[in-house]
Design a protein around this ligand. Structure first.
Ligand SMILES: [Zn+2]
Length: 274
């Protein structure tokens, strides 16, 4: 198979996996990849990503002008073009609406707590790009703020975006984000989240070099003065020189009541006021 044929097959396969895993519904989501130095291969508009065939993809130039294909490129093409403009090292972009990660994006809660060692070494933090109307030029603008230092981000009230050195690398980051979101949700439902200490985060950052993980930016602490989201990945990790895990403040002293207990308390309070 030619290089272009392989790339088409990879995009089709990733679309199938995204749909099969419920990361997209209906015609949602889009995937693109660099095809040589001045061309992009892009999923088409209005097609379910679970049932694409290689011939459905279209080729555009780096300005988004279609140069080949029967169908029109994705309505989110502008966001893809912006990523390639900002990140010459990136060769593929994946956008989807994985439900748990998108729930965090809707709640306005970034996935930026130091919780899982693997997520810290690969993605660092997963910030939220500001809400923008889909398919307009606002969205690339919102993404621009984070894309230099992050390979994955949530899009407020919309979904998630991941990028990588090839189509599978970008897609696997989407899997990591959704998996991380599910684990974070369960931990928060259980009422406690032990965080990895700042010192341990430093050690994990050292592992990036050992394992040759190419991160676009270093991890920095939330209380460091320079918090430029274009220069570093801001991770919430409490300092604790002697412990590698620190119980989060959220779980401490938390009182959980059932609806009935809460109603009784309110009724008691109302009675004493009478
Ligand atoms: Zn979308």
């Amino acid at each position: 198979m030619t290089a272009e044929g392989t790339l088409r097959a990879d995009i089709v396969e990733v679309g199938r996996r995204m749909y099969a895993r419920g990361y997209t519904a209906s015609n949602d989501g889009n995937i693109s990849a660099r095809l040589g130095s001045d061309r992009l291969l892009m999923t088409p508009k209005g097609v379910c990503k679970g049932f694409m065939t290689p011939d459905m993809l279209c080729i555009t130039d780096l300005e988004g002008k279609k140069v080949q294909g029967d169908r029109d490129p994705s309505s989110e093409m502008l966001m893809h073009l912006e990523v390639y403009r900002q990140r010459p090292d990136v060769a593929a972009v994946v956008h989807a609406h994985p439900p748990t990660a998108t729930g965090f994006a809707v709640a306005g809660i970034p996935l930026d707590r130091a919780v899982l060692a693997e997520v810290l070494t690969t993605l660092g933090s997963i910030p939220i790009a500001a809400y923008a109307t889909p398919s307009t030029s606002e969205l690339p603008e919102a993404v621009r703020r984070f894309v230099k230092a992050h390979d994955g981000m949530l899009l407020a009230n919309h979904g998630a975006l991941t990028i990588g050195a090839d189509v599978y690398a970008a897609y696997y980051k989407m899997e990591t984000i959704e998996h991380f979101a599910k684990i974070s949700l369960v931990a928060r439902l259980l009422g406690r989240e032990n965080l990895i200490s700042r010192e341990e985060v430093g050690r994990l950052q050292g592992l990036r070099d050992t394992y040759g993980i190419k991160a676009p930016a270093p991890i920095c602490a939330e209380d460091e003065p320079a918090q430029d989201p274009a220069a570093c990945q801001v991770v919430q990790a409490p300092s604790s020189p002697r412990a590698r895990l620190v119980p989060s403040a959220d779980g401490d002293g938390e009182i959980r009541l059932t609806y009935r207990q809460l109603t009784e308390l309110i009724e008691d309070a109302v009675r004493t006021l009478r």
